[in-house]
Design a binder for this molecule. Structure first.
Ligand code: F6R
Length: 612
């Protein structure tokens, strides 16, 4: 899982490559590098760590040329180090290549190449690709594209690559299978990137390459061919994202900005999905859902991480609003399951990036079984969006912080909208109930503002507990998903151990860990399980555990059970996950800040997980 870029044109080559890589840094930041060609001279610069390190080295040792490629890495094969940083070169330093993905048969190919006297400098799977290209050129391939095509036939696995040849200095060849790759078409200049966000400051004309397509790019022109070497047709799409939202707008971190963006974002989504005058659904928004769901008897949601937690809430929503049995599956487990779903199942894939390999592979597998698939994606034109029968965009806008915040509540919002739509379609929800549910949703943005107004109180609470190393997150019912999400946020950004449990479960084992060093974040908002939660709080207090309660405004009783209370406004239980998510996000953010963590770029993580 890495980001790759390429450029052919007249701009300052290192500036354009660095800027494009910066916008892909969410895909990994273990190391980075660029290579450029200036006539027959090859320049190569690589560094470990963030792009700042690469920029500093480039300032000292500038590169030249009108053609270049770049890479930002999230290590899979081989530790994060300078030798394992891309771009990689062949034995003779004539060829240079960047790769995103994983080559599954790399060990076998590497052994074969070693027997043919190829010398490897890195421990990566990627380096073998450039050596295979070298072999084919030596064996008589007439140019870089022909050698690349032959090479692709040898590779098993996922890849997006861009390659240069010193002996064809005005050309770049790029190809993909499984990993995403786009071309950005400018005036007399062409960009290559893992996704469109890397190039939108320069051009919004985007070609989304398909698997096994090879782009041959030269000064101001390009063509796309298939593995037979024949030209293929392509579409140029206009991407209309708002680049301003990629700035921090005065917030210290993208994560904080994105937490605060949630009320405005939901207000905008509301106006897109619902008619505000009569609290009805804008049916055109749901037509694709209708097409694939008329006769369904079951829903299966598949997703990873935060998107999986949104899916857990989705299960409650669909069972409550649509009266349909709903399963929720972790994408990476689907491949190994004996699947018993009928053709009347509707598969819903939830993914912010639309590129998560586990989710994509599960989607492909389910489609091969003939199941219909809808995806809830944020990134427009992403692979999962394109490969599903229908896509329902969640419209969270670009999410830059690696830890997902606003995409989570946008995913929840999409699930509520679809739940209300399907419930109405299946006549489970009557017209009057539908209007009152939509009306309640319209209040959510202003209620979120109220939660955000408690930011400083939550920050003080976070600071108080930041030195502790063990947390439980406890809830019952629909908010158990939020307990998992709160614990995940704390682990991700603050590097603190946190486990989430349905509160009733702690007496079956985890209660042995309760002591005064254990902090229990308990979701005790007004709900059908409120009384039961109080019993659990008693159990914790009796064993000297410390309790931070997230409770409903006005509840004084809870103070008898908790060391600290964070209040949120009242909302009916089914919608409560939308509000409960916010204090959990803010709490994790401020614990991370107090512990001096890199909030927007947590160690070992990447925004888009494009490996299995
Ligand atoms: C957590 C987080 C990850 C992602 C997961 C799935 O903050 O960001 O757990 O939710 O990697 O990613 P998407 O939604 O892009 O499929």
């Amino acid at each position: 899982m890495c980001g790759i870029v390429g450029y052919i044109g007249k701009r300052n080559i290192s500036k354009v490559l660095l800027e494009s890589l910066q916008r892909l840094e969410y895909r990994g930041y273990d190391s980075s590098g660029i290579a450029t060609l200036d006539n027959n001279d090859l320049y190569l610069c690589r560094e470990t760590g963030c792009l700042e390190n690469l920029a500093a080295t480039l300032a000292e040792y500038p590169v030249k040329g009108n053609v270049g490629i770049g890479h930002t890495r999230w290590a899979t094969h081989g530790e994060p180090s300078k030798v394992n940083a891309h771009p990689h070169t062949d034995c003779e330093n004539n060829l240079v290549l960047v790769h995103n993905g994983i080559i599954e048969n790399y060990a076998e190919l590497r052994n074969k190449l070693k027997k043919n006297n190829h010398k490897f400098r890195s421990n990566t799977d990627s380096e073998i690709i450039v050596h295979i290209i070298e072999d084919y050129l030596k064996k008589g391939a007439k140019n870089l594209e022909e050698a690349v095509i032959c090479t692709l036939m040898d590779l098993k696995g996922a890849y997006a690559i861009a390659a240069l040849n010193k002996n064809e200095p005005e050309k770049m060849v790029a190809a993909k299978n499984g990993s995403s790759l786009i071309l950005g078409i400018g005036k007399n200049e062409i960009f290559v990137a893992s996704d469109a966000s890397a190039v939108i400051p320069y051009t919004r004309q985007i070609v989304f390459l398909e698997d096994y397509q090879i782009a041959i790019i030269e000064q101001g022109k390009f063509n796309v061919i298939n593995l037979n070497g024949n030209n293929v047709a392509y579409n140029v799409s206009l991407v209309d994202w708002d680049i301003d939202s990629a700035q921090k707008d005065g917030y210290a971190h993208f994560m904080l900005k994105e937490i605060h963006a949630q009320p405005k974002m939901l207000k905008k989504i509301l106006s897109e999905k619902f008619n505000s005058d009569n609290f009805s659904l804008k049916l055109s928004e749901f037509s694709k859902i209708k097409k694939y769901s008329a006769d369904i008897n079951q829903i299966v949601i598949q997703a990873c991480g935060t998107s999986f937690h949104a899916g857990m809430v989705g299960k409650f929503i669909f069972e409550y609003f649509v009266n349909l049995h709903t399963d929720i599956e972790i994408s990476s487990e689907i491949k190994y399951k004996h699947f018993i779903y009928s053709k009347k199942s509707l598969i819903i894939s939830i993914t912010q990036s639309g590129e998560t390999a586990d989710t994509l592979i599960a989607l492909r597998q389910l489609r091969r079984k003939g199941l219909r698939t809808i995806s809830l994606c944020n990134v427009v034109g992403s692979t999962i969006a394109r490969e599903s029968d229908a896509v329902f965009y969640i419209h969270a806008g670009p999410e830059i912080g690696v830890a997902s915040t606003k995409a989570y509540t946008a995913q929840l919002f999409a699930l509520y909208s679809i739940g209300i739509f399907l419930g109405t379609l299946k006549r489970i929800i009557k017209k009057s109930l539908k209007s009152s549910l939509i009306k309640e949703l319209t209040f959510i943005p202003s209620l979120m503002h109220k939660v955000l107004a408690s930011e400083q109180q939550i920050a003080a609470c976070a600071k108080k507990y930041a030195k502790y190393n063990d947390f439980f997150y406890l809830a019952r019912g629909i908010n158990y998903a939020n307990a998992l999400e709160g614990a995940l946020k704390l682990k991700e950004v603050a590097y603190v151990h946190a486990s989430a449990y349905p509160a009733g479960e702690i007496k079956h084992g985890p209660i042995t860990l309760v002591c005064k060093e254990l902090i229990c974040v308990c979701i005790v908002t007004e709900s059908s399980t409120y009384e039961k939660m109080l019993f659990n709080l008693e159990e914790i207090k009796a064993r000297h555990g410390r309790v931070i309660a997230i409770a409903t405004e006005g509840n004084q009783e809870i103070k008898n059970y908790a060391d600290d209370v964070i209040y949120i406004p009242y909302v009916q239980e089914i919608f409560s996950p939308l509000l409960v998510a916010l204090p959990l996000q803010i709490f994790a953010y401020y614990v991370a800040l107090a512990r001096g963590c890199n909030v927007d770029k947590p160690r070992n993580l990447a925004k888009s997980v494009t490996v299995e």
